[in-house]
Structure formats: C-alpha cells, structure tokens
Design a protein around this ligand. Structure first.
Ligand code: SF4
Ligand code: MG
Length: 337
C-alpha cells in the first residue's frame, strides 16, 4: 500500500535554559533518529511516558518546529520550513491537540472556527459555511444548536468534536492526534474514539495517534510504535506487539497497564520509578537504568531495531531494539522467555 507519511532519521535537540550563573546550557535529545512509515488507511499509535519526545515528534511532523536532521514526507512531499509549503501541507495533514481550547479562538464562534481554514485557503464563504454545518452534524453536534455558540459555551467533549470537525474542514489525508482524548471522561472518550474510527472509514483518512494510554492505543491502532527517551524501542502490528511484546520496556508498560479485566494478571513486573532525564541519557541502551535484564554490553553499545518475530505474522515487521533479543532466522526468544 501507499505510505502517506514517511519519516527517516528524524532528530531534534533542545538546549536547556541557564538556571544559575556559570551553568552551561545542556542539550536535551528530544527526538533521536526516528524512522517509520504510515500506510494509507492505517492508524499508527505512538506510546511512551511523558517526556519521551512524543509531543516534540508531533510538532516536527506538523512543521511547527524545524528538525535538526532527517526527513518527513507527507503524501509524497518532503517537509521544508517554508511558509507557503506549510500552508499547502495543511490540506494534507491536520492536528488535534489534547487541550480542546488550544486551537480554538475564544472570541470566534464554533462555525467561524471550522470555516477559518477553508476561508484562508480560498473557499467561498457560503460553501465553507455549508461544509462546516455538514461536519458539525457528522461529529454529532446539531448545527442549529451549536454553530453560533462560543467554545466556552460547550462541554470539553463537544469542544473536542468541534476540533475534529475543524481538522476535517480542509479534507486532509492524515490527522495527527496528540493526547486528543486524554482529558475526556472515560464514557466520552470511548464515544470520541468510535467517532474517529467511523470518520476514518468514511473519509478515507490515515491517523497518527499519540497517547500515553495503552488501552486507547490498542483500541484504535493498526501499528504501534513505543518510544523511550526520544528513541523507538519497539514497533510492530498492534496485535503482535500487544500479544508478544519483545522489548523489556514494552513488557513493563503492558504490565502496568490497568486491565479491563480485574481477574487478569500479568507475569512481568510493572515499571517503577521515573525515566532518567533526557539530558545526558544513559550510554548504550537508554533503558538500561530501569531494565531488569541489563548486561555489560547494554552500557557499551546502542541496540538497533531488529526483528524479533517473523515479519509476515501480522503484516508489517515487528522490530525491537534490545541486545538480549536472540538473533534468529524466523524464530526468536525474547529476554524474559
Ligand atoms: Fe535491557 Fe539491555 Fe535490552 Fe536495553 S539492551 S532493554 S538494557 S536487556
Ligand atoms: Mg506530551
């Protein structure tokens, strides 16, 4: 199938602010050598703890901040830091943020907020309004009741529906969700997730779905990417990754995942403590300070993504970056096996 997003070797570092006289600013490697592809019609879930670089990755993919290296291709077009090109790319890729207020002007009615993008892109006003009303209906908000309201006059769940309508107003191919359902009540969250699934089918969309919530990511994703301190530690088809997590970090994340079924028990130990600072991450494997399987080699060399399972099991390859994966030909054992 066709890839709508292709990311290769993407890197971004920040300098910390000076907090005292004489202190040198230090470098935070927020995103280190990230590569992945999103196939048309698929949802790629991106998971990791806060501070793992997920939001920096989102901002890089949207062209909101410049990368230090690597490439991003959206619908075949390489992203440049060029205002005209970025404007054109908004027709290909849109984003929905966690904070439902973030992308809505409080002094703009809901209708005007949804019409804004199309108007900027030259759609005639009457046509933009008609489309806004269609989209409001489609996300479950009656235009007769909601079009003229202001963002503060609706609930958080309704506001996020408005943001979804706003994101779809330019008929994008890809929508990037950054913790977009995280602030919602559980009952509203599942409704919005179901809406997103339906919209994806109806409009032929592809999704990048960033979340710290593994249940949500499992529910919505075809392929899942796990990040730790700015790097991919594991990527694979959702079913394969959830059933056979290969990386100790993924295993620990899944073990600490609140189960829908209280009877269910996992065998691996849940993860404890906070991740180390992304300033001066550990040498070799960045997970080694929390990894129960760490060996000497883990401090010496950085593990590369390699294949822990037969590639054809569930479609796309299932890769993990860990020295303790047994190199194999069609079969492997994972560290805790
Ligand atoms: Fe643990 Fe070593 Fe694998 Fe890193 S490379 S996850 S420290 S066993
Ligand atoms: Mg974040």
């Amino acid at each position: 199938s066709i890839n709508v997003v292709e990311v290769s070797g993407l890197r971004k570092q920040f300098k910390t602010r000076q907090r005292s006289w004489g202190e040198k600013p230090r470098v935070v490697h927020a995103v280190s050598d990230i590569s992945f592809e999103l196939a048309a019609g698929q949802t790629l879930g991106i998971v990791g703890e806060s501070g793992c670089g997920k939001s920096t990755l989102a901002r890089l993919l949207m062209g909101l901040i410049p990368a230090d290296g690597g490439t991003v291709r959206i619908a075949g077009v390489e992203l440049q830091q060029d205002a005209a090109q970025l404007k054109a790319l908004r027709r290909k890729m849109q984003m929905v943020f966690q904070d439902s207020y973030a992308s809505l002007n409080p002094r703009m009615s809901i209708e005007d907020a949804i019409m804004f993008g199309p108007l900027v892109h030259g759609t005639p006003r009457a046509e933009a309004r008609e489309r806004a009303h269609q989209l409001l209906s489609r996300v479950g908000l009656d235009p007769a009741r909601f079009a003229a309201r202001y963002p503060h006059e609706v609930s958080g769940g309704q506001r996020q529906r408005v943001n979804i309508a706003r994101a779809l107003a330019l008929s994008p191919e890809v929508v990037l969700f950054d913790e977009s359902v995280s602030a919602l009540d559980k009952s509203v969250e599942i409704q919005v997730l179901n809406l997103l699934r339906d919209l994806k089918e109806e409009f032929g969309l592809s999704y990048l779905f960033i979340s710290h919530d593994l249940n949500v990511v499992q529910y919505i994703s075809d392929v899942v990417l796990v990040m730790y301190l700015g790097k991919i530690v594991e990527i694979g088809p959702a079913q394969s990754l959830y059933e056979n997590p290969a990386h100790p970090y993924t295993r620990a994340l899944l073990a600490s995942m609140p189960s829908m079924d209280p009877e269910q028990r996992t065998l691996s130990a849940p993860i404890t403590g906070d991740p180390p600072s992304p300033i001066d991450p550990p040498s070799g494997c960045r997970f080694r300070t929390r990894c129960p399987y760490a060996q000497a080699v883990c401090g010496e060399a950085e593990p590369q993504l390699s294949m822990p399972l037969p590639a054809n099991l569930h479609g796309s390859p299932h890769l993990a970056a860990c020295h303790m994966l047994v190199p194999q030909s069609g079969h492997s054992e994972s560290p805790a096996a």
